[in-house]
Design a protein around this ligand. Structure first.
Ligand code: PLP
Length: 387
């Protein structure tokens, strides 16, 4: 017989299970729980996208597409980035359609890393970066975004974390889990550092459209940065399309060609129906996108005020749909706070430590939840904190 526990690759054996999953296995067993836990829109995908997609199925769009994805979608993405940000990409050579930003992250690391190459990435961060770097035989090199700076990444933090083997810098702004973005001046400092140290930049800007203060500044729009940056974008968050599994990667044609090579063998192409849905979203659902963003902004203001009013310090995040309140005044660890809150009030939040050790002392609350639910959750959390 096969000894399976000894047969799994050591890299995979050493991966830790996602801190979010662990916690939500507990949440799943509870009834009537108010969850501020999940990182996905409560909105359903815009109706026009659903209608077009159903029609596309009836019209027989059930076959493979080319490896890089439908050219019409890539052209639509090029137009979108040009119109929104003045960014210009060649749809035929510089854009690859991926299975969510998730696959874009995986392909990027696999395309650029040799064993032992280092990738700098901000922490606290989305759960997949560290494991994906390891699976590509790279070395995760975390850069701490600190609470004193409201978790906004600084060039100096990156400089402090640099190692001789650092090859790439991974960015994510607005950030999951903190909602922090990076201001123009600091982006310019980071760009200067990337140039100085000749770093490849991979920028996960999946929350770019969900920016509430100033217009989002994509990293490749900074002087000299387009040629060294891989831009990852998607539809899951801004267009409420998590389940469709669709995203895109834009960058230098050599890198896109390398990523397409891996994609062609491992995935063949992104789902055809999802590609059609994405194209429809860009053509006909920009007003839905804007309406959802306006609603998130209202929810953000509500939840930030709620936490500050109950004495849990919470900075105003510039984007995404998360707040990251400071729970250190309660004397509890993040995990204990989340577990005890669930036990006492049946409200689920995510312990900050799910996003790296530097998340200790904080919890992540998603406001991709109806305002009524947010209000009810805030009342319960306030009662919990008071008790
Ligand atoms: N990047 C960040 C920062 C995320 O928060 C998420 C999902 O939560 C993803 C990537 C994955 O997105 P997708 O659904 O496009 O794979």
């Amino acid at each position: 017989t096969v000894d399976w526990s000894a047969s799994i690759s050591s890299v995979v054996q050493d991966l830790k299970p996602s801190g979010i999953r662990q916690f939500f296995d507990i949440v799943a067993t509870r009834k009537d729980c108010i969850s501020l836990g999940v990182g996905e829109p409560d909105f359903v995908t815009p109706q026009v996208v659903i209608d077009h997609s159903i029609q596309a199925l009836r019209d027989g769009y059930t076959h493979y597409t080319g490896n890089a994805g439908l050219l019409s979608l890539r052209r639509e993405i090029a137009r979108y980035l040009e119109k929104e940000y003045g960014l210009s990409y060649n749809a035929e050579k510089e854009i690859l359609i991926t299975v969510g930003v998730s696959q874009g992250v995986d392909l990027a690391f696999r395309a650029i890393l040799n064993a032992g190459d280092g990738v700098l990435y901000p922490e606290p961060c989305y759960v997949s970066y560290d494991p994906m770097i390891r699976l590509a035989a790279g070395v995760p090199q975390r850069v701490l975004a600190t609470a004193e700076n409201d978790f906004s990444l600084k060039a100096q933090n990156i400089r402090d974390a640099l190692e001789p083997n650092s090859k790439a810098l991974f960015l994510n702004y607005p950030s999951n889990p903190t909602g922090a973005s990076i201001g123009k001046d600091e982006l310019l400092n980071i760009a200067k550092l990337a140039d100085e140290k000749n770093l490849i930049v991979i920028s996960d800007e999946i929350y770019g459209e969900l920016s509430y203060e100033e217009k989002h500044i994509p990293f490749p729009t900074l002087p000299g940065m387009k040629e060294r940056t891989l831009l990852l974008g998607g539809f899951s968050k801004a267009f409420a399309m998590t389940g469709w599994r669709i995203g895109y990667a834009c960058g230098d044609e050599n890198l896109i060609r390398a990523m397409t090579k891996i994609h062609q063998y491992s995935m063949l192409c992104a789902p055809t129906l999802a590609q059609i849905a994405a194209e429809t979203a860009l053509r006909y659902a920009l007003s839905d996108r804007d309406k959802m963003r306006d609603e998130y902004r209202l929810r953000r203001d509500l939840i930030v005020k709620g936490f500050n009013d109950m004495g849990l310090k919470c900075f105003m995040p510039q984007g995404a749909f998360y707040v990251f309140p400071d729970i250190r005044s309660t004397g509890k660890t993040s995990m204990d706070f989340a577990k005890d809150l669930l036990e006492a009030q049946n409200v689920a939040v995510v312990p900050g430590t799910a996003f790296g050790a530097s998340g200790e002392g904080f919890i992540r609350c998603s406001y991709a939840t109806a305002r009524k639910e947010i209000e009810a959750a805030l009342t319960k959390i306030a009662a919990f904190v008071k008790a």
